[in-house]
Ligand binder design. Sequence first.
Ligand SMILES: C[S@@+](CC[C@H](N)C(=O)[O-])C[C@H]1O[C@@H](n2cnc3c(N)ncnc32)[C@H](O)[C@@H]1O
Length: 323
Amino acid sequence: MNKKIINQIIQGDSLEVMKEIPDNSVDITFADPPFNLKKRYNDYKDNKEFNEYLNWCKKWIYEMVRITKPTGSIFVHNIPKWLTYYSNFLNEIAYFKHWIAWDAPTAPMGKSLQPSHYGILYYAKDLKKNKFYEIRYPHKRCRKCNYLLKDYGGKKANLHPFGPLISDVWTDIHRIKHNKYRDEHPCQLPIHLLERIILMSTDENDIVLDPFVGTGTTVIAAKRLGRKYIGIDIDEKYVKITKNKLSKEAPNSKIGDVWVSFYLDEVVTIRDRDWEKLAPYFSIPENIKEVDFKKIKLNKHKKLFKHEKNEVLPLFNIKLADL
Ligand SMILES: C[S@@+](CC[C@H](N)C(=O)[O-])C[C@H]1O[C@@H](n2cnc3c(N)ncnc32)[C@H](O)[C@@H]1O
């Protein structure tokens, strides 16, 4: 791997840039491509002809699989319509693990059911070697009464204090609703969505590559979690925004020495195997059945490192010609 492109954002056509990256050299690839829905990007025209769009998608999907390591995973986010075609491409060269349904309202499509989820295709380069960690998210509770929404009946003594293992339906992460939280970009993803994917499929220092990085969600998540990253976008303006945001981030999404994902002040994703190390940082009722109506709390004084700003790292201007 060309060391020059590690921890960099490259302005260029992702197909061309990925061609410069060796086979089996990055740990995971995540793509959130333009959806061909005539979205108003700064520069990119989101209105390819049907076959032209799909032929183009097939090419970058093949590149993503080629550069991913045998231990690695390939993730592609889109609306279900396009994912049905992507699956056909991916089934030829990688192994299906999951179709993650991310419960989030999407644009109405006219005479149809109201689309209410995006899909994230999750493929392994090699099923036997694939790196995967089980993850947990906080119990869902009634906002008014604080009781768990799920009825555990007689099984409350087996409750996990933090929350359940996550399924392939993700209902607890919301799209960015308020303009004050978003950049000048029509379809920015929430950072904790990417943090969940990264915690589930990589280790510290692994390389995460996003060929359509937009205003930087994936690379910021990777940096906060102590992973290396490579981001590519064709649009100079988005590259600039990403670099600026990255310069204010640090690898500090941690409790003690354990990487976790936060949203606001809540821990929203942990790895199952880290729970023993994390538990001392939480106030947990002695009688575990009380978790049914008592939320466990992160002890304030022990909350370490979370997203403190850090030193500004140099970011070089890299274009395709420099590779
Ligand atoms: C759906 S957006 C990605 C948003 C990103 N996930 C985020 O959270 O900010 C798709 C991005 O692909 C970029 N793009 C379009 N065509 C491209 C190409 N051929 N190579 C690289 N980037 C491209 C667009 O500029 C746009 O920023």
